[in-house]
Ligand binder design. Sequence first.
Ligand code: SAM
Length: 285
Amino acid sequence: MEQLSNIRVIRDLMERHGFTFSKALGQNFLINPSVCPQMAIQGGVGPDTGVLEIGPGIGVLTVELSKRAKKVVSIEIDQRLLPVLEETLADFDNVEVIHGDVMKIDLNRLIAEKFPDMQVVVCANLPYYITSPILMNLLEQQLPIQSITVMVQKEAAQRLCALPGCRETGAISIAVRYYSNPKILFSVSKGSFLPAPKVDSAVIRLDILESPPVNAPAKAFFAVVRAAFSMRRKTLLNCLASGLSLSKEQVVTGLEKANVPSNARAEQLSMEQFSAIAHVFQVFF
Ligand code: SAM
């Protein structure tokens, strides 16, 4: 099979299979030949690894994963791509394509069934319209996986990997750090895709933690984080009172107990401070 990152090869496949890109499904296919091998290598894919891929498209990354992994399972929502993948992955007997929506599949069950006794990693060029929900879905299910290596929009990469206390930090940055150790691996220009998206991208890797970095009651922790970031530039006092439906007096008293200033803003807080607030406010959940 010729290089799937080659535009001529992609156009030929599309023509023969009557395929056209769906913007709604975030179909921007990689055409830069150096990106997929790097994603596979830096994603820790090796001869003993099982890889879960989301959105194989025509299989450009799938091929690089299959060359290196013990087994690859790729979930693709677009039925029109199934005959294309049958053709492009014909040389590999260690790949299984599953037709479905990654948000609706029981991934814990899938991993247990498809990767018995294997170290599993996730590696994918994610559809951008649904990046955060997919990542939170993977993290919250606490899947038995080692890491998640994904291509996302550059701005999303910065937010997902932002350290607590930074300007770019949002609720998702804190949530990601509750479950993993995130880092940006490398940038990818918009010209590396067909069709080219409006913005550049980056590949990030989230190394899954064995246990959370703070000993906070999870439900209260996430409710506090969500409320704290609910109104950008507003103080913690206003955000928590409104987001948790508490009186300002209750919030002031609680924040004093947690030893966090009520005029602070969410993006200034550390994981430990969110944890301290969650401990105090857990009586309300
Ligand atoms: N991996 C290919 C590449 O790098 O060229 C394609 C990546 S493209 C950005 C995203 C892929 O995800 C598309 O093939 C799209 O059809 C698929 N997709 C979109 N939403 C999905 C979902 N909810 N579940 C599974 N696949 C999805």
